[in-house]
Design a protein. Sequence first.
Length: 605
Amino acid sequence: MKKGIAAMLIIIIFLSLNPGTIYAAGITATRTASRVIVDGTVKIFDAYNIDNYNYFKLRDIAYILSGTKSQFDVTWDGSKNTINLISGKAYTVTGGEMAAPAGNDTKTANLCTSTVLLDGKEIKLTAYTIEGYNYFKLHDLCGTFGFSVEWDAKNNTVVIEPMLTYLPGNRSDSYSYRNDINIADTQMNFIKNWVRVSSVQQFAYLNEGLAYAYAINNVLTIVTPSKTLSIAMKYPKLGDVISDDDGNFYIVWGKEGAINTEQTIFISKYSPKGEHIKTAGFVGASPMGADGNTKIPFDGGNCVSVIKNGTLMVHYARTMYNGHQSNNVIAVNIKDMSPYKFEPFIWDENQADIPYVSHSFNQSVIYSEKANDFIFANHGDAYGRGFIIDKLRKEMYVDYENRAYKSKYPTLNIFHFYLEPNANYDMCIVNKTFAQLGGLAETSKGVVLAGASAKSISEKAKTEKQNLFIQIFDPLASNLSSSVFVGGKTRSGATSFDIYDNNNSPLTKVLDYGVIWLTNYTDKDVIAPQVVVGDDRIIILWTENSQPATESFYMVLSADGDVITPATSLGSLKLNSYEMPIYHNGHVCWAYAYDGKIRVASIQP
């Protein structure tokens, strides 16, 4: 008996010292029946399911990732029984990669005993050897090399996204991927004058990162990285969702009005647990009197919000009771939800007591640290016509010589749109601005306006493609000159300012300063640009309507507009075209809806 025990111990010791030994008996591996999509394209892999996890050939994954941000090379050191992984290096093809599945659907798998080194350091990855090939757990690889893997249970599909940054727990019931979501797609694939409120609202939540919200069947679902809340819709129209530093949620929503004195737009405050705290209602007041109040909130444009110094500022589009469309601004003190009182003064047709543009196709608002004030941008087609910049605090003074109130910081038209003579109030002419507002952000150099436009302020604008541009300006500027802007060139032309003109009146010469053109397309348009600032860099995302299909891109600029990373494809990733992305821990994050699914995208630019 003692001799038998001793012999057994010798065998165990021998096996433990032999690096090529299999530690466990073979287990069953079943060929993966799931479809696999890589960057939007179906790929055929020789992959296996073991204990409900998918295992892929290591070299197949290295092969399909080569040329992406997640690429890695693979070498084999037989003398040391070691697999070497070299991150960031293009894969060296050895032959046989992506070979079609062969043989039986069920095979025997044995634990791989090879040492795995990543850039020279040993790492622990789960792997099996099947008929001489090493198969690694797919989720281990995506966590190691930073690409995304998601499971689409509805379509029995594994989705691999090389461009998408890996997020832990990417499964169908997770924060980052949701199926069976019956809402509109969020990416615009064509140019449209009037933008819209996105079907997926997104915002930064505490220090966790991106949160998003969507409404289905009168229920608003709010999803953060740590929780999901369901809130009954108080009103049928959803405008925006945002949160404060304490984790409270604020929902901007509304209804269509019947009489011009009723409240149609509301801001509700909810606790971090989703408990209703208080709602403030507004008529959406206008300097034009009750007929200029808000009848249909969020109509013909967007709704955007920002919180700073205890004030929630909301900038939204609406249709008024007089039938015209414009922007409007409401605000509350988030502590007690009392409405913010805009400082009134004598109003005339040239200056409203709050930012006012008609028609306003798109809206943006940020809080400028440099100006210590809220900055608004509107895409206007008439009053005014152009990209219009406004501040909340006008700092009014009395011009005694002209017996008038004047503002130290007047409304500024920093980018003009062409309007032909003899428009004669034809909205088919007036509504065409040949431009799109992206949004506002701020760097150490100034406030950034991102947009897309025809390059000319002339008849050429009618046939030119819309190209990407930015302007970086001083938010304290009280007038326009080249000294107000950082870099860029002057854009000159002539346009009409009279939408009623029917006498072929002469055009007015105009200058736009500090325009930095970032694309020079003659065969495709930039669609719905977006801007976010992170680590004092400007990151811009946009879509292009190139053939045969639309494609999205990003670009990284320095604080003063120099290109750091040129236009880079986002592959099959879609955008949330009218919700600005957020920047969190070195990543640009957004949530988008496409084909009944919501996905969280995160890239490291």
